[in-house]
Design a protein around this ligand. Structure first.
Ligand SMILES: [Zn+2]
Ligand SMILES: [Zn+2]
Length: 338
């Protein structure tokens, strides 16, 4: 809903609390639309950021245009909070820290995706071995490796000297708002949200979006062990469901209300997807790539990585519930009904 002032309702309420939503275009179709950075007024001229958007030329331009329109001085940043280690969220953290000298706070679980030199080169063989075990065709492996290598064209990494850890339970006072850090692993292992209990605002980044189910992005411990993204997500989302949230300030799209209805419909959606996985296993054991094809159709490149993340995530939830079993004695993992 838009008011006479030209701002949607949620943004008008935020503005009264000194919160500005700056949105930036993202070049990925699956992201859920333009990404949001939230600038929170901190004292007279100060400014804290929760997320910083994407660091493409268009992203940097939109950040500057949004700040100028809102009368914000980017040199006056006091804190920079990064919700999680995806390029569309930490993209301008380094730039804002250079302008202002503000520290960049990141949860330790996502630190290596954001800070210092990229460790992708050392991780790539691990991911190739894991993906091969999921049934990914050999010709797709280099394509997926390139995906990990080229995050630099979307965002600059943050100097280690600027980074500080951000952990569960930390509290910050920013302008009119008391903010508490909630560590909510799932979409990524180090994802955090900020919670303001007084005004019941949840800065939710990609943990909860209005219409998109957050991808349980595959990350590995070793070539056989994932970080169990969807299993973790199911716990984290219940934690948010139990909060008395008024407005959700998402990472993509406009602020919205009704977080419990959104979460319940998301959980039903995930349940239906698990039914599809189980139905596809009726005919016998399948590899994750075969399941991905059965559910999403043939996929390649980044789309294949996203659909595999969905399939593996759901298999792990079903495995915990005793409803599927992994057959991992051969070169390729297959899954079966018990
Ligand atoms: Zn994300
Ligand atoms: Zn995102």
């Amino acid at each position: 809903m838009t008011t006479a002032h030209g701002l949607p309702d949620g943004d008008r309420i935020l503005r009264a609390l000194g919160i500005h939503r700056l949105s930036m275009p993202v070049p990925f179709v699956d992201a859920g639309g333009p990404v949001n950075a939230y600038a929170i007024e901190d004292g007279h001229l100060g400014l804290a950021f929760f997320d910083t958007g994407i660091g493409t030329a268009e992203g940097v331009e939109a950040l500057h245009a949004g700040a100028e329109a809102a009368g914000l001085d980017l040199r006056c940043c006091t804190e920079i909070f990064v919700s999680h280690g995806h390029v569309d969220h930490y993209g301008n953290a380094q730039l804002l820290s250079e302008r202002s000298g503000a520290p960049v706070r990141v949860h330790p679980g996502d630190m290596e995706k954001v800070v210092g030199e990229s460790v992708w080169e050392t991780r790539a063989p691990l991911y190739a071995a894991f993906l091969r075990r999921q049934g990914v065709p050999e010709e797709q492996l280099p394509v997926l490796a390139e995906m990990g290598r080229h995050t630099g064209k979307f965002s600059r990494r943050v100097d280690a000297s600027r980074a500080r850890p951000l952990i569960e339970g930390e509290r910050f006072r920013v302008g009119k708002l008391r903010l508490e850090v909630l560590h909510l692993p799932g979409h990524t292992p180090g994802l955090v949200c900020l919670w303001n209990s007084e005004h019941r605002l949840l800065f939710a980044d990609d943990h909860l979006l209005a219409r998109i189910s957050p991808n349980p992005f595959l990350e590995l411990v070793d070539e056989r062990t994932t970080r169990r993204a969807l299993v973790q997500y199911m716990h984290s989302i219940q934690r948010v469901r139990s909060l008395d949230v008024d407005w959700v300030l998402p990472g993509h799209g406009a602020p919205f209300q009704g977080h419990r209805a959104a979460i319940d419909s998301l959980i039903r959606f995930i349940g239906r997807r698990q039914d599809k996985v189980l139905a596809s296993l009726d005919a016998g054991p399948r590899t994750p790539v075969e399941l991905s094809e059965a559910i999403f159709g043939p996929q390649k490149g980044p789309r294949l990585y996203l659909t595999l993340s969905e399939v593996v995530g759901n298999l792990e939830v079903l495995e915990d519930a005793g409803r599927v079993r992994r057959l991992d004695d051969g070169p390729v993992d297959r899954w079966t009904l018990p």
